[in-house]
Design a protein around this ligand. Sequence first.
Ligand SMILES: NCc1[nH]cc(CCC(=O)O)c1CC(=O)O
Length: 312
Amino acid sequence: MKNNIVRIGTRGSALALYQANQVKLSIETNFPDLQAEIVIIHTKGDKILDVALSKIGDKGLFTKELEVALLGNEVDMAVHSLKDLPTFFPEGLQLGAVLPRAEVRDALVSKNGKTLKELGAGDVIATSSLRRKAQLLAYNPDFKIVDIRGNVNTRLSKMDNGYCDAMIMAAAGLQRLNLDERITEIIDPANIIPAVSQGIIAIETRADDEQIATVMNGINHQPTMQVALAERAFLKAMDGGCQVPIGCYSEVSGDEIVFTGFVSDLKGEKIIRLSKKGSLKDARAIALEISGQMAEQGAKEILDDIRKNSCI
Ligand SMILES: NCc1[nH]cc(CCC(=O)O)c1CC(=O)O
């Protein structure tokens, strides 16, 4: 930070810019002496638009260039969707703060207003998430599922132009872009468990930057951080990422949490899904206990099988 100006690194998509502006707003509200400046950085995930995410197989596809800029002192912080951040931080970087979690659940966006229950064998549903694909097939094995890439607006116009009949997207992304009216249905996690850390805006910082650490302490939302760390501990313990169908759902009410973990094979035929209720302050231990029980029930074999076959 120089002359009370903090530089916020972000991707250039509409969603990324909205999220970076939320961070700017939070900093300037909590620290009236500071001014926040948005710096746009392009990532590999923004450049490769024609390949399914699960096939690129690169951790940190949307985050690496931001981390390079952060380490190179070109920016003072990098704003990400936490669900895009790998569980391991590069040496010297850390999770500085999170904003209060928005909607965690997925949303169905359909062309003719059909709900999940009303969609059938003749309908084409687009998603490139293995987690969404597997759970859709578990819900109805007759669904025809196709890949789709691009930012939220690109995907919506692909559907409008006839590419598919419906899509599953993070509700938070649509809501942040003021696209609430495009949501046909918020999907019950009984049918689709969300992605780990979905709906959470994260700020990555340099571990040795004390001035920025003070700013982070001022804007961090502690209950969200507690849940975020629990969910990421679950992901790490399962050795998951976006190349396998994995997810979790933290249902928080007051100081209680019901944590549900999910893994499955690609077709949604073998599913392991376990829940445990407890105190929010024990969220991490609960998440790790669930991952242990899921491992005992064969979760690792299911995921290893997918990894083995996707490398052939
Ligand atoms: N993988 C892309 C991505 N990363 C974060 C969001 C939405 C916002 C969030 O979950 O915080 C999205 C879009 C989507 O999954 O539909």
